[in-house]
Design a protein around this ligand. Structure first.
Ligand SMILES: [Zn+2]
Length: 75
C-alpha cells in the first residue's frame, strides 16, 4: 500500500521568532533539505531522513494582548 502519512509540524525561527508550519510527509527513501526563514533568511529547519517537509507557511502570530487576566471572578 502506498499510504502516505502527513502530519503538520510547527517550527520557530531561532533568529527572529517567526513561527512556521510545515507538512511532514513520510517517505520510503531518504530526503534532505532545509527551509530558510522568509523574514531573516536564517535556517528554520534542516532535515534528512525518510521524510520531507513541504508547504511551509508563516503563522500569523497571535495578538500580543490577551486582555487582563480574569482574576477574581467567581461564578
Ligand atoms: Zn527568521
Amino acid at each position: 500500500m502506498a499510504n502516505s502519512i502527513w502530519t503538520i509540524e510547527e517550527f520557530t525561527c531561532a533568529s527572529c521568532g517567526t513561527n512556521y508550519t510545515a507538512t511532514k510527509e513520510e517517505h520510503s527513501e531518504a530526503h534532505s533539505g532545509s527551509f530558510k526563514c522568509g523574514i531573516c533568511n536564517g535556517v528554520v529547519h534542516a532535515w534528512s531522513g525518510k521524510h520531507h517537509f513541504f508547504g511551509w507557511q508563516a503563522v500569523k502570530t497571535k495578538p500580543p494582548v490577551f486582555g487582563r487576566r480574569w482574576a477574581g471572578i467567581e461564578w
